[in-house]
Design a protein around this ligand. Structure first.
Ligand code: GUN
Length: 297
């Protein structure tokens, strides 16, 4: 029976740490970190995510500014909003909630965010820095959360382990693979076209799953004792009138085989916002030329 990796508890701890860092930033340097969250349209899941981001920022003492717009806002108008936030020295982090409505040029908007305020870590300057290992990138939040949880369970040292990342998105799979490489893992990126996908997954010491397909990875795909980090959040119907959240891993069968596994909900999910808040503090320090270590970062 696998150990459960409690992402919620780790996120609470990280958020408490962020709260202490905010106090130190204010006391020592007179800096009050602020995050701007931009939401276009009425997507229900995005509304929930944005509400949680704002709520948790406030709880950590980070000022948050919410900018909401109708779905019919166009690319140029959104770009003007972003430019205004870029130019506002009181704003340290800018997050544009994705997905944007289809008529908006999302890559152009992401490229328009000042790289030093890009707390999502999606700007090409930050992805380039992550890839090359040069400079100090703001790194994507969900992959950061995955690495923290794996390290917490495996004792901070992932060196030499075979990590299989199932999924190759720009938001999770690709940056996660690079971060694991920096942790000295041997990394395989697997995806829907991978030959013998089950066998590849079964060769993993650590299996990270981010495919967006409910309960796809079965217990038989997992090496006994492996660490399984499930990034999926899928709502499935149960009977006619109710639904529940499940991951990309079939939790019940995986629990029998894995050494440790993240639950859904309560695994990777809460870590994403915790890492977003941390990124906001990293950005605030950089923008004020503060060495993060002076405030406990
Ligand atoms: N939509 C789903 N995940 C994310 C994320 O990490 N950041 C943003 N901005 N939007 C998302």
């Amino acid at each position: 029976m696998a150990i459960l990796i409690d992402g919620k508890a780790t996120a609470v701890r990280l958020n408490q740490e962020s709260q202490r860092i905010v106090v130190a930033l204010k006391d020592k340097f007179g800096v009050a970190p602020a995050l701007a969250v931009v939401l276009v349209g009425q997507d229900p899941a995005s509304q929930v995510y944005v509400r949680n981001k704002i709520l948790q920022a406030e709880q950590a003492g980070i000022r948050s500014i919410e900018k909401r717009f109708d779905a019919n806002l166009d690319t140029d108008a959104l770009m003007e909003v972003i430019e205004g936030l870029n130019d506002d020295s009181a704003i340290n982090g800018i997050l544009v909630q994705l997905p944007l409505p289809a008529h908006i040029d999302a890559p152009k908007i992401i490229a328009g965010i000042a790289a030093h305020k890009d707390v999502d870590g999606f700007h090409i300057t930050n992805t380039g820095r992550l890839m090359s290992g040069e400079g100090r990138p703001l790194m994507p939040c969900t992959p950061q959360g995955c690495v923290i949880l794996a390290k917490e369970h495996l004792g901070n040292n992932l060196s030499g382990k075979h990590a299989v990342v199932l999924g190759r998105s720009n938001i999770v799979g690709k940056p996660l693979a690079i971060m694991l490489l920096q942790e000295h893992c041997t990394v395989t990126i697997a995806h829907s076209r991978t030959a013998d996908l089950e066998g590849v997954c079964r060769s993993a010491d650590m299996l990270f799953v981010a495919v967006g397909r409910p309960q796809m990875v079965k217990g038989s795909w997992i090496k006994p004792g492996a660490t399984v980090i499930d990034v999926g959040i899928n709502r499935i119907s149960v009977g006619e009138h109710s639904s529940r959240l499940v991951g990309d891993v079939d939790f019940d069968s995986a629990l029998e085989v894995a050494g440790a596994i993240t639950p859904v909900p309560g695994g990777v999910g809460p870590m994403t916002i915790a890492c977003l808040l941390r990124n906001t503090l990293v950005a605030a320090c950089d923008q004020h030329d503060i060495d993060g270590r002076e405030v406990g970062l």
